[in-house]
Each structure stands twice: as structure tokens, then as C-alpha cells.
Design a binder for this molecule. Structure first.
Ligand SMILES: Cc1cc2nc3c(=O)[nH]c(=O)nc-3n(C[C@H](O)[C@H](O)[C@H](O)COP(=O)(O)O)c2cc1C
Length: 210
């Protein structure tokens, strides 16, 4: 008898209306390339606006990057229920409005309801929170989300990686997101392996940096 293939693991990706739509877009592209997970996408109306403004992408361009695209108003979608098994969710980028809604358990649309489900089911929830500078509400909401088990991960560039392009900067963040889900990848071209490599050509015979 033919063996039935095990169902693919699932991951929910949210794109909200913070700057940095490219992070969500390149994350979805990486997940498609890696093929480890079935992707479920939820885009807020403002997320669609920023994707259009920053990348010239239409709503259907975004939906085409995922295996399943949900309507943010469809509060009855599968991802609104804890019984729909997933490995977790990442909101990239995460606006301060969506962060506030998650931090206060509002579940006021499918994006924030799916995040609420992750927290109640104690599943991984990564919030790529993007705003600068931060006011006290932003900081308090990050603390609340962290206390409930979410991982707040601002998309901060890693200058030690010597990025040359915006794609380099974004892919480093995408790689760190994948790391948080233990997904093997090659998005981070150069992982930090200590200062020894960085200063290899600047050391004297005794090994001290000149
Ligand atoms: C081009 C553009 C860039 C924006 N950048 C940010 C941002 O970096 N961070 C943020 O919190 N909100 C940002 N906003 C504002 C949010 O889109 C707005 O607060 C919206 O209500 C968020 O809704 P959502 O959380 O449902 O996506 C931006 C809006 C636009 C149009």
C-alpha cells in the first residue's frame, strides 16, 4: 500500500502597515524556495498600501507569494482557530497599531486574531516591530507582548555583516527570523564566527590586533 506523505508544516505570515514590506515579501520567497512550510498569508489594508508604495506590488502580487492567502476580514478562516495546527506566526513588518492590538488581546481582525491564537496556544510568535523613535506606548506594548511569550524582533541592520545592498540588510533579518523557527537556510551569507576571522590579516606574531 502506498504510504501517505506527512502533511507539510505550516507557518502564518502577517504583513501589516509598517515600513519594510520587503521583509515579509523576501521571507515568503525564502519559505517558498526552502519548501519546508505551507505558508498562510494575512495582509492588513495598510500593509497592502505600504507594499504598493515601497515595492509597487499589488495585492494579488502579494497573495501569489503564499500557498494560502487569507482575507484580513475573514475572521472565520482556519488560522483563526487553535485547532488549525501551525508551527507559529511571524508579523513582518509589524506596525505599532498591530503590536498594540496583539499586546492587548484585541483580536480585532484575522491578523491580530491569528497572533492571539499563537499566544493562547503557546506557539512561536515573532513580531518584526518597526517604528522609530519609540514612544512609551510602543515600549510598553513590546514589554506586554514579550511577557506573553512573543518575540519582539525589530529589523535592525547587522553592520558587522558588511551589507552592500538593501536586499543584504533585509536577508539578514529574514535569516534571523528563520533561525527563530529552526528552519535551515542560506539567507545569512555570513554568520558571525568571532573577531578572529575579521582581524586575521591585522594580527602580529603574538596574535594581538594591531
Ligand atoms: C508609507 C507608510 C509607512 C508607514 N510606516 C509605519 C511604520 O514604520 N511603523 C508603524 O507603526 N506605522 C507605520 N505606518 C502607519 C500604519 O500603516 C498605520 O498606523 C496603520 O493604521 C497600521 O494598520 P495595521 O496595523 O492594521 O497594518 C506607515 C504608513 C504608511 C502609509
Amino acid at each position: 500500500m502506498a504510504e501517505r506523505a506527512a502533511p507539510k508544516a505550516r507557518i502564518v505570515v502577517g504583513i501589516s502597515g509598517a515600513s519594510g514590506a520587503m521583509i515579509g515579501v523576501r521571507l515568503l520567497a525564502a519559505l517558498r524556495r526552502l519548501g519546508t512550510h505551507e505558508t498562510h498569508l494575512i495582509v492588513s489594508p495598510s500593509g497592502a498600501v505600504t507594499a504598493a508604495q515601497e515595492l509597487g506590488l499589488t495585492r494579488s502580487d502579494l497573495d501569489g507569494l503564499a500557498d494560502v492567502a487569507h482575507n484580513v476580514r475573514d475572521i472565520g478562516a482556519a488560522v483563526a482557530s487553535g485547532s488549525f495546527l501551525t508551527d507559529g506566526m511571524v508579523i513582518a513588518p509589524c506596525s505599532m497599531r498591530t503590536l498594540a492590538s496583539v499586546a492587548h488581546g484585541l483580536a480585532d481582525n484575522l491578523l491580530t486574531r491569528a497572533a492571539d491564537v499563537m499566544l493562547k496556544e503557546r506557539r512561536r510568535l515573532v513580531l518584526v516591530a518597526r517604528e522609530t523613535p519609540l514612544n512609551l506606548a510602543h515600549l510598553r506594548n513590546m514589554t506586554l507582548a514579550t511577557e506573553m511569550g512573543a518575540i519582539v524582533m525589530p529589523p535592525v541592520p547587522a553592520f558587522y555583516a558588511h551589507p552592500k545592498t538593501i536586499e543584504d540588510v533585509v536577508d539578514h533579518t529574514v535569516g534571523r527570523i528563520l533561525d527563530l523557527f529552526a528552519i535551515e537556510h542560506r539567507e545569512i551569507a555570513k554568520r558571525w564566527s568571532g573577531l578572529a576571522d575579521a582581524f586575521a590579516d591585522q594580527r602580529d606574531d603574538a596574535g594581538a590586533v594591531q
